[in-house]
Ligand binder design. Structure first.
Ligand SMILES: C[S@@+](CC[C@H](N)C(=O)[O-])C[C@H]1O[C@@H](n2cnc3c(N)ncnc32)[C@H](O)[C@@H]1O
Length: 226
């Protein structure tokens, strides 16, 4: 493994804002923060917002700076990417954000029923050949339902026509409640969105910058699944 990656992994072990659980599922070992993120980590009762597939965590960090009255958790399997966001939070004293290194597939292992208020999916892989691996496929949405509070919102921001179209199809097919949708976010931010939401839609991730530079329109939708 590259030296740089190893250094990042070592550093992250020292930081209290990164969790890299290694649970023995055979022994039914429970994740200690499941159901206790607020009580034992954030030490407040604020709403919990997840960024799934957070990469370098720009959205989680950007949101945490905007909303000091909410708690944010970025989740991704790639440690070297999480390192970037976690380092930013450590160096800048951003205490309402944490990072969880794991597959999103196991989200119900890490969060208790109704522990989560909101979910952001930022530039998720469109998975053209493996639709079931898309983070808005039914099996993932069913997992999110288990951890979201009733009325919890899912946001999707993407460059991908394929992912956006398939998500809108899932919304239609399963009767989710679509609250906002636009095929060209920066061309037509909906007028009736409140100023704070408009502001946070302008937070740009690493992948958003890459795709914007290539001329892709950025799509956005938000929906409820109950
Ligand atoms: C295209 S990148 C986007 C990263 C970041 N959100 C951004 O916009 O820059 C997709 C990220 O999702 C993560 N990812 C995809 N599927 C995942 C899964 N099932 N579990 C955990 N992470 C996943 C990848 O590791 C990768 O960092």
């Amino acid at each position: 493994m590259a030296k740089n990656k190893l250094r990042r992994f070592r550093e992250m072990k020292e930081w209290s804002n990164v969790f890299e659980p290694t649970l023995s599922l055979e022994n039914n070992e429970e994740f200690e923060l499941k159901g206790n993120w607020n009580k034992n980590y954030f030490q407040n009762e604020n709403p919990i917002v997840l960024e799934l597939g957070c990469g370098k965590g720009e959205y989680a960090i950007g949101l945490a700076k905007h909303f000091s009255n909410k708690n944010f958790i970025g989740m991704d399997i790639k440690g070297a990417r999480i390192w970037v966001g976690a380092k930013d939070a450590v160096e800048n004293g951003i205490e309402n954000v944490a990072f969880l290194r794991s597959k999103i597939d196991f989200i119900t292992t890490y969060f208790a029923p109704a522990e989560v208020d909101e979910i952001w999916l930022t530039f998720s892989d469109p998975q053209p050949l493996k639709p079931r691996k898309r983070l808005t496929s039914k099996s993932f949405i069913d997992r999110y339902r288990q951890v979201l509070k009733p009325g919890g919102i899912i946001h999707l921001k993407t460059d991908s026509d394929l992912l956006f179209e398939s998500t809108l199809e899932e919304i239609e097919e399963h009767g989710y409640n679509c609250l906002e949708k636009t095929w060209n976010l920066y061309g037509e931010i909906p007028d009736d969105l409140d100023a704070r939401t408009k502001d946070i839609l302008h937070i740009k991730t690493h992948y958003e910058n890459l795709f914007t530079a290539k001329g892709f329109d950025i799509k956005y939708c938000q929906f409820k699944i109950d």
